[in-house]
Unconditional design. Structure first.
Length: 480
């Protein structure tokens, strides 16, 4: 009984606070004013997230919603915080870095009360990448820019940024496909750039992006563009591609006179199909993605002959070479010469590199120079390359008749993995056969009595089908 009066006093105070709060709430309700929501009322989709939030206040000037702060923890363990318009993420405990899939109607988006307040999404930059679930940011109407980097995001689900009507620019630097509806309804989006290994653009991915003017898809690996992918992109004028023609779905583009698709010169013939399906679309050359296709690198008596296909718009070509420092690895690219575009043999151009060493191997690539702009095409690892081995022409040290036929003996040559033998009785060299390994002699039993034979020999490589040396004509002869 010692503390009874203090207990009664405390009960009385709490009762008074409770009654006062209820009276205030009733007064606010009757006057049409909103009261402060409780912590319990602020828990959004309890099975998805637990959150602590303060009120969102509507701006009289812009009509947008400015949330003082909000935070929560997803069922995957990823923690989120909204403060001053920035939605940021961090991992709590052993949680996975996954933003779960949401329903297409957006009813279970964890931050759905604050979609009009999110101006920036800040993903953590570390070794644990974030997977963005379907429709996770659908309807974030204050979001103006999306920058996705492969150091912080490894997946973006269907419709993830659908109807984000304020987004103006997207930089897609992640090596994943664009799923269906990802940016559909982003009516302010005007620029999209991708520099990664993008292989597919899903159905309706950019449908209704009516402000979209420029698409720059910097990947050689794009295989498909889905149905209606760019339907309703009325402002789209320039579409830059670096790949061979992908599979294109129905109604992927609006058939508009204003659209020019810029493609690599080496693939422009393939893109003629696009003109059949979309007759008003223009085709242009994406010069920076163009490169001459290599035809062959063949070792001859005078050096290594390099041949490549001519490309439209080139005034000259720069021949580039890299030494092979073992196992076909490149080292030290250099420009070794240039020729003008008139040096053709048929449809191809060619150059003979005479400054080569016996027993050495090289990589070759050719860079084209645009006749109007002076721009250089892609080349090397970004273009097309061929590998060549240069060996000295072997010599036949002995040609003599034996019981089984004619025995040919030769000197071993540095860099050779084998040898190819030929004979002739007239003007044309005919194949005897190949000898692999370290052997330095061969007995040919195909000779006929009463004929005079000439012989020659060339070096072989285990990695190339064609011979890798020149030859002496003849290297040896015998009347049999």
């Amino acid at each position: 009984m010692k503390y009874r009066w203090q207990t009664l006093l405390l009960i009385g105070i709490l009762t008074g606070i409770f009654l006062t709060g209820n009276v205030s709430a009733l007064a606010a309700e009757s006057s049409g004013e909103g009261g402060t929501e409780s912590i319990e009322e602020d828990i959004i989709q309890a099975d998805e997230t637990e959150s602590d939030e303060e009120d969102s206040v509507q701006s009289e000037e812009t009509g947008s919603y400015e949330a003082a702060s909000a935070s929560g923890r997803l069922k995957t363990g990823l923690e989120w915080t909204l403060k001053n318009g920035t939605l940021s993420f961090s991992a709590g405990g052993d949680g996975k870095w996954v933003i779960p899939d949401c329903k297409a109607d957006g009813s279970d988006i964890p931050w759905k009360k604050y979609l009009k307040s999110i101006k920036l999404i800040d993903f953590p930059m570390n070794s644990r990448e974030v997977s963005i679930g379907s429709y996770a940011f659908k309807g974030c109407t204050a979001l103006k820019e999306v920058w996705l980097d492969d150091e912080n995001v490894d997946y973006v689900g269907q419709g993830a940024f659908q109807n984000c009507t304020a987004i103006k620019a997207v930089v897609w630097e992640i090596g994943v496909n664009i799923e269906p509806d990802t940016f559909s309804g982003c009516s302010s989006l005007d620029t999209f750039t991708s520099d990664e290994y993008l292989t597919a653009i899903g159905d309706r991915a950019f449908k209704g992006c009516k402000a979209l003017k420029t698409l720059d898809i910097n990947t050689y690996d794009l295989c498909s563009i889905g149905q209606e992918a760019f339907s309703g992109c009325k402002a789209l004028k320039d579409f830059y591609l670096e790949c061979a023609i992908p599979e294109i779905g129905k109604k992927a583009f609006d058939n508009r006179e204003s659209l020019t698709v810029y493609v690599p010169s080496q693939y422009i013939t393939d893109y003629a199909q696009l003109k059949k399906d979309y007759s008003q679309i223009k085709l242009g050359t994406n010069w920076e993605a163009s490169f001459p296709l290599m035809k062959e690198c063949q070792t001859t008596n005078t050096g290594i002959r390099v041949r490549w296909e001519a490309i439209s718009g080139a005034s000259s070509y720069v021949i580039c070479r890299a030494a092979d420092n073992g196992e076909a690895e490149m080292s030290g690219w250099e420009e070794i010469d240039s020729i003008d575009s008139d040096s053709k043999t048929g449809t191809a151009l060619e150059y003979i590199d005479t400054n080569v060493e016996d027993g050495s191997s090289y990589w070759y690539s050719v860079q084209a120079v645009n006749e109007d702009t002076g721009l250089l095409s892609a080349w090397g690892v970004s273009g097309d390359m061929e590998w060549a081995v240069n060996c000295a022409a072997p010599e036949l040290t002995s040609v003599k008749a034996v019981d089984q036929g004619i025995k040919l003996t030769w000197n071993k040559v540095k860099g050779a993995d084998g040898y190819r033998l030929y004979y002739r009785t007239g003007d044309t060299w005919l194949l005897i056969g190949d000898v692999r390994g370290s052997k330095d002699s061969y007995v040919w039993n195909g000779a006929e009595k009463g004929h005079h034979y000439e012989f020659t020999i060339r070096c072989l490589s285990d990695y190339l089908a064609a011979p890798v040396s020149g030859f002496k004509s003849p290297a040896g002869e015998l009347s049999y």
